[in-house]
Design a protein around this ligand. Structure first.
Ligand code: URA
Length: 233
């Protein structure tokens, strides 16, 4: 919401008065004077006029979870346990998943209550690399590298996936980097080259790597360097 709107949402302050307060340097956002009435301010920021708090910022939360197999990437489900069941109840409110994993997929899962931040992480246009370790049912064919680099046509979405990079480790194991997070993307890409994924583990999203100290089911807060590695911060 624009800064002027936050101020004028207060009883008795018109938009014109709000603009005048801002122009006079009396408004602060996170304790810094802000004279830009059109600044977009999210709910995590504390806004004050002189010494009066107009909006108390709510705490932003960014968690990395080492997702075990068998947990749904959902906030609730009647049948299966969800990843939210692994998070302490007092941290759960408002969390959503930034880039789902299939139930059987393991590894790095990020949960946050900051929708602006998570959009930057998952929006295909922004091209944040997502790195997976993949095991396939059949030997990875020689043409796989080129087909993935050219992009795979997804009929349902009517699009070609962004060029992906595969680094083969042995006949049936590889590290794959993709730049989108489309529905079952990795499985569908291997299916398109006549193979089948039998296990999938996410190691990294952009500069955020799964912390090797986290056992399956454990999580920790992202540090400042990790949250700030996503462009909007
Ligand atoms: N691609 C898939 O097919 N499954 C996942 O869980 C993640 C990426």
């Amino acid at each position: 919401m624009k800064l002027s709107r936050i101020l004028s949402n207060q009883n008795g302050v018109s938009r014109k008065q709000a603009n005048a307060l801002i122009a006079a340097g009396r408004a602060t956002v996170n304790a810094e004077v802000c004279t830009d009435a059109s600044l977009d301010v999210d709910r995590f920021a504390t806004v004050a006029v002189d010494d009066t708090i107009i909006q108390q910022g709510s705490p932003a939360r960014y968690l990395m979870l080492n997702k075990p197999a068998g947990y749904l990437s959902a906030t609730e489900d009647d049948v299966h346990p969800t990843v939210l069941d692994l998070i302490a109840p007092d941290l759960r409110a408002g969390l959503h998943i930034a880039g789902r994993l299939d139930r059987a997929t393991t590894g790095l899962l990020i949960l946050t209550n900051d929708g602006t931040w998570s959009r930057e992480l998952t929006e295909p246009r922004i091209r944040i690399p997502k790195v997976y370790r993949v095991t396939t049912a059949h030997p990875i064919s020689p043409e796989t590298e080129e087909r993935f680099a050219e992009g795979i046509w997804f009929e349902y979405e009517q699009l070609t996936t962004s060029p992906a990079h595969i680094e083969q480790m042995d006949a049936t194991n590889a590290r794959l980097t993709i730049y989108e997070g489309r529905y079952h993307q990795v499985k569908r890409m291997f299916h398109a080259v006549g193979n089948r994924v039998i296990s999938l583990h996410r190691e990294r999203m952009g500069a955020i790597a799964l912390d090797g100290k986290l056992q399956p089911g454990e999580y920790r807060a992202l540090n400042q360097q990790e949250t700030q590695s996503i462009p909007c911060r």
